[in-house]
Each structure stands twice: as C-alpha cells, then as structure tokens.
Design a binder for this molecule. Structure first.
Ligand code: GLC
Ligand code: CA
Length: 549
C-alpha cells in the first residue's frame, strides 16, 4: 500500500480521556464526553486525535497498564461509544490514533496471570528470573516509577522485570509469540478503521541478552542498557512489513533520550521503520533530562532544541512538534508566565506552530491552562508522583516535597479540562476523580469563546494561518540571534513566500529590530498577540508573524 503521509498536513489534538469530558456524571472523562466535543476539536482546525489509552485497565498508571488490548474500557463507553467516536471523527475529516503500549501490560492481563502459573504458551511472555543465591536482585536496574525494576512473584517463585510500576510487568519481545500478539493488536485496530498509533516507550522493547548491570547511568539505572536495545530495529521492521505496510497509516514513537542522528535511523523517509518520534529535548529547557531535576528555564536551550531538530530532519524525516502532553507540567507555568498568562500562552503557540512538522496540542493547552497547586499528597493520583513524595532521597520537609510536586508532577496537566465557569468547570456533574484547578472560574473555554483575543481564538487563527502557508509545510527554516536570551526569531522560506516569526520571552518591554534582509515595511503582519505592535519594541511575551510574498 502506498504511504501518502497524510499526517504532514494535519494538526493533532491529544485526549487524555479521564480528564477530558465526563458524559455520564461518574466524575471521570469518557467517550460520550468526547462525542459532545468533536466539533470543538474540529473548530480548532485539528485534523486528528491521539487518544491516550482507552482499554480496560485497573488504572495503576491511568490506563498505561492494559488488561485487554482488544476492547475499550466500559467506564469510557465500551466499543460502541468508540465506534461512534471513530465515525464522528472521520465524518469531520479527523484521523484517530490509538496509544499502543506494548513494552508492558497490566499484571491483571490474562497473559500475566497465566505466565505466573506457567500455563503454556504464556510461560515466557514476560521477563522472569530466579532469585540469586546471595539474595540479590537479578540485576541493578531501576524502575522509572517505583524503586527497583524487579518484584518477586509468590505464585511463580521468581522475579519479574517492570521498567515502570510494579503492576506493569515488561513483555518479553524476544518471544516470537509475543510479537505475533502485537501484530494481532495492530491489525485489530487498523481493520476497525483507526489511522495509526502513538507507540509508548517503544525504544525500550528490546532488552540486551543476559540483562547486564548498568554502570552508565547514575540514576534510572538500566536505561543505558535497554533504551534502543539490540533488536529494536528488527522488531520494528517486522511490525512494519507484516502489518503497517498494508495500511495507509502512521506511527509516532515515544523515544526518551534520542538525538536527531539516532532518530534518523528510525524515521528517515527512505527506509525508516517509523514515521515520527516524540523527542524530549523540547520539554527539557527547564530541567536536566527529567521534570524531577528542575533548573531555571533557559530560552537558549529551548531554541537549540527546536533548531537542531528542524535543521537535522529537514528533507530527510518529519518532525513531531509539541510542548505539552500528559507526562509534563503545563507549559505556561514552565516556559511562560502565569502573570502574563495569555500573552505567553500565545507566544509559545507561535514559537511552535510555524516550525516544520506535525504539531500535537494537548487538551487544555489551547486555553492556556496552568499548573494546579494540589494541597496535600492525598490529592495527587499519579503513581510516580506518590512514590517520589514518599521516597524523596533528599529527605526534605513535607512542605518542600509538596513544592517539588507542584513544580514537577504529571498531575499538573491531568486536572480536568476547564470548559466553563459552572461547578467543576463544566467537566462533570459528579465528583471529579482528581481536583479541578480552582482557577477555572477565570480560565475556561466558554469565557474564551466570547472573546476574539482569547488564547483559544489565537490558537484557531494561528492554525488556520499555518494551514494557508505553503512555506510552513516545506520551506527552509532559519533561526536568528540564537544567543539572545529574550527573543526567539525564525523564518520559513519556500522561494515563493517567506515568514518571520518573532517571539519575546521577557516579562518586560525589550528593544527589537528585524534581522538583516527583512524589510518590515514591505511585509504583512499576519498574526500578533498585541493590538498595536510598535516597530522597535516588543511588549512582554509579544509575538508576531510577518509575511512576504
Ligand atoms: C509513557 C507514557 C506515560 C506512562 C509510561 C509507561 O512514558 O507517556 O504516561 O506512564 O510510558 O507506560
Ligand atoms: Ca464518565
């Protein structure tokens, strides 16, 4: 089947189902809620939706612990509601991506239940190891979420590997039967009509022979061994040749710690096994590798991340663009300013949306939603957050630890979408499963619908503009004044038209002059977040897009 690469002309919207919209009043988002909001997503100019997991799951990691890959959780509306959503999305020319989580399953998955009892053919579906004689664990790897990566199972009398939560045992991808299961899952959803997959931590699925200790990484031990493991390319090729190549679909692969050079080995357009990668540099401009090691925000670091990926992939592979998802705190609170919330939300939108690639917006980003200050550890829901609170190596006071959660926790972006000023932000008529950000009375979609200059309407205009400009899809990218710690300036040029994007990241006025070769008097100002831009000054977090044709 010919690959038409339709994803290049679309903007995607990520739905994290639990907190998107509750349709039946039980306090949790669901597909009935999504159905109500399809027109809203379309109104943004989006041409696709990525659904975080919708499958039956005990919810140890909010659905990333799957108990059945070929069904939809009843609390989300089951298969029937999913079919309606799929049809509704397609009727509006929106593609649908499922989250494919195959590094691990839930420990409540039937495969694990049988594997721990050594029932064939499931015995080797997971990564089991006997205890060592000296009582040591099979190796020194850490779990990404909860202590060590090994847990002893009483039923089988062996340890199993879990790179994430205790309730997320890793699958043994070296077992051909497991790979056949993966292919069955892919075919099942593609045959049902879904258009592609976001592949969860896919770079972890091939573990090195013998599971050696990791001496490379001081924290998160193991990462140096299992990330980009020895047979990863081989397995991805197998999935592609046996299944994906037979559909005009797309794949988006989550890839922690990937450089553009490494990424090109997977996503180059001649022979790559995947279409796009989720890299992490663009969400590490205020931290060291992870949100849990915070640093002051550095615009230069952000610009370097943007520009490196733009330059290195141009003409060879396709970028995935994002600033938010369900794994990171809200971007306005991180890279922008809560004081200049609307201005900075818009500048961040402009900084991302005119680059080359396929943008993904995360629910609430289009409203400029902020981090949510939960008041006690009991209000947090995320497994990683709760573990980090209780096991903080730094032994800080409870107040200091809460302050860290407020800065770093994924729950910041998992509070319900703020639809209106009604109780619970119009998200639910019941009791929400996690606290609603109390600022919903000011920040909500209904209010923003009534205002031309809202963040929401800015996103709509920016996306419409993006779609109308040929240079954004295929033009060259150039950055100017890359050393500036105040401004991000870039141009796109396809020979027929040229744009200059100007973004200030300062909370005060700054002097501005266009880079050489850009005559602003001949340009049309096609997007701005202040009503009357001044030629030689930028207001706090001001952004502008100029067009020459
Ligand atoms: C990915 C997901 C994250 C999940 C983890 C384990 O990083 O985005 O939400 O917790 O994988 O599946
Ligand atoms: Ca519900």
């Amino acid at each position: 089947m010919e690959r038409t690469r339709w994803y290049k002309d679309r903007v995607f919207y990520q739905i994290w189902p639990r907190s998107f919209m509750d349709g039946n009043g039980d306090g949790m988002g669901d597909l009935w809620g999504v159905l109500e909001k399809l027109d809203y997503i379309k109104s943004l100019g989006c041409g696709g939706i990525w659904f975080s997991p919708l499958y039956p799951s005990p919810g140890a990691d909010c659905g990333y612990d799957i108990a059945d890959y070929m069904d939809i959780a009843p609390e989300f509306g089951g298969m029937e509601a999913f079919r309606q959503v799929l049809e509704g999305a397609h009727a509006r020319d929106m593609k649908v991506l499922m989250d494919l989580v195959i590094n691990h399953t839930s420990d409540e998955h039937e495969w694990f239940q049988k594997s721990r009892r050594r029932i064939e053919p499931y015995t080797d579906y997971y990564i089991w190891r006997p205890a060592k004689k000296n009582g040591k664990l099979p190796n020194n790897w850490d779990s990404n979420f909860e202590g060590k990566a090994w847990t002893y199972d009483q039923v089988r009398g062996e340890y199993y590997l879990h790179l994430f939560a205790v309730k997320q045992p890793d699958l043994n991808m070296d077992n051909p039967l497991v790979r056949e299961e993966v292919k069955k899952i892919l075919r099942f959803w593609l045959d049902l009509g879904v258009d592609g997959f976001r592949e969860d931590v896919i770079t972890y699925i091939s573990k090195p022979e013998g599971l050696p200790d990791d001496h490379l990484f001081p924290v998160n031990k193991g990462m140096g061994q299992y990330n980009h493991g020895p047979r990863l390319h081989e397995y991805l090729r197998e999935f592609k040749q046996d299944v994906l190549d037979h559909y005009d679909c797309m794949t988006l692969a989550e890839a922690p710690l990937v450089s553009p050079r490494k990424a090109l080995t997977y996503i180059n357009e001649d022979s790559g096994e995947l279409d796009m990668m989720i890299q992490f540099q663009c969400v590490c401009a205020d931290c060291l590798f992870t949100d849990w090691l915070p640093l002051p925000f550095s615009l230069r670091k952000l610009k370097r991340a943007f520009s490196t990926w733009q330059r290195k992939l141009h003409g060879r592979a396709w970028n995935m663009l994002y600033l938010e998802n369900h794994d990171h705190p809200r971007i306005v609170s991180r890279y922008g300013s809560e004081r200049f919330r609307e201005e900075s939300a818009k500048t961040l939108a402009a900084a991302m949306l005119f680059q080359q690639g396929t943008p993904f917006l995360y629910q609430g980003q289009e409203l400029g939603m902020t981090n949510c200050p939960l008041e006690s550890i009991d209000e947090y829901r995320d497994v990683q957050t709760i573990w980090n609170y209780h096991h903080s190596a730094l032994k800080k006071s409870p107040e200091e630890r809460l302050a860290r959660l407020h800065r770093s926790s994924r729950d910041n972006s998992r509070t319900p979408v703020q639809w209106s000023g009604e109780p619970n932000a119009g998200f639910t008529t019941g009791t929400p499963w996690i606290r609603v950000n109390p600022n919903y009375t000011q920040i909500n979609a209904a209010e923003q619908e009534t205002r031309e200059d809202s963040v929401l309407n800015f996103y709509r205009r920016a996306i419409a503009l993006r779609k109308s400009l040929s240079c954004v899809r295929d033009g060259d990218y150039r950055e100017y004044r890359h050393l500036s710690g105040s401004h991000y300036l870039y141009s796109r040029d396809d020979g027929k038209q040229r744009i200059l994007v100007v973004c200030s990241f300062r909370d005060r006025e700054t002097a501005f002059r266009a880079p050489r070769g850009f005559n602003l008097e001949k340009a049309e100002l096609v997007l701005a977040n202040y009503p009357t831009p001044q030629p030689d000054t930028l207001q706090p977090y001001e952004c502008r897009v100029y067009l020459w044709k």
